[in-house]
Design a protein around this ligand. Structure first.
Ligand SMILES: C[S@@+](CC[C@H](N)C(=O)[O-])C[C@H]1O[C@@H](n2cnc3c(N)ncnc32)[C@H](O)[C@@H]1O
Length: 231
């Protein structure tokens, strides 16, 4: 997907992927895994996901998002008076704009140009968690390996990736989202880093075929949750 595709989605408010509620996997599966030492979560391709407000109750949140509309709407939809600044620490040629309030900072710009050190330095703590919901599956097959390779550069031995994907017969609907199987996940991560440990810890059939604000015309739609670490 080209950047222009996503910018148009935001300009037209065509946001079928956006969920009006916090994802149930957060309270169900992430909450029991959190510890008092967890301080920082990174949310790649974050959109204006409400999940970030849930995450911010537990840790500092760094989001990565291409669209300035998404970053502004995330705060203004919640009537939050955010601050906006270019990332001064990187100098005048910074390719990012930061939108922030409290312990949430959204880095507006291209995820593929963002570096883990920028986030760790900004919050003065390393990244404990990465939360991917509808980020990997937003990208077509030809971009998935590049995404995973860059994503693994944010995973330290102390970082855990909480990744939610969907599966459906690819011939029944064109993406985004693009279906990803467990086999795909293993192939992509192990190609990026052979030390990745991948566990699928939950699966659920979405009986009403709802994904965000859309209902999909597919024969089955399964959501899976993966926990991924580096050994
Ligand atoms: C399918 S949406 C998912 C948003 C969010 N994760 C959610 O669950 O609502 C994908 C998002 O990725 C953003 N995006 C696409 N390419 C990007 C890139 N290269 N860097 C940062 N954000 C990007 C889009 O603007 C869009 O908001």
């Amino acid at each position: 997907m080209k950047a222009s595709f996503w910018h148009k989605c935001w300009e037209k408010n065509s946001l079928g992927f956006h969920q009006e509620e916090v994802h149930t996997f957060l309270s169900q599966y992430l909450a029991p895994l959190l510890t008092s030492t967890d301080k920082h979560v990174f949310v790649p391709l974050c959109g204006k996901s409400l999940d970030m407000f849930w995450l911010a109750e537990h840790m500092a949140v760094s989001g990565s998002e291409l669209s300035d509309i998404a970053c502004r709407d995330f705060f203004t939809d919640a009537a939050i008076d955010y601050q906006s600044q270019s990332d001064q620490k990187l100098g005048a040629d910074s390719q990012f704009q930061q939108y922030s309030f409290g312990n949430i900072t959204l880095w507006q710009g291209d995820f593929f140009k963002l570096k883990a050190e920028q986030l760790s330095q900004a919050h003065k703590v390393p990244i404990d968690w990465i939360y991917d919901r509808a980020a990997l599956i937003a990208l077509p097959i030809e971009m998935q390996q590049e995404y995973i390779t860059h994503l693994t550069s944010f995973i330290e031995p102390s970082t855990t990736l909480f990744l939610i994907s969907v599966e459906f017969p690819s011939e029944e609907m064109s993406g985004p989202p693009f279906p990803i199987t467990e086999k795909d996940i293993r192939r992509l991560f192990l190609a990026a880093d052979k030390h990745c440990q991948i566990d699928c810890i939950a699966s659920r059939e979405l009986k009403d075929k709802r994904f965000g604000q859309r209902t999909f015309d597919v024969s089955h739609l399964v959501e899976r949750l993966y926990i991924i670490t580096k050994n």
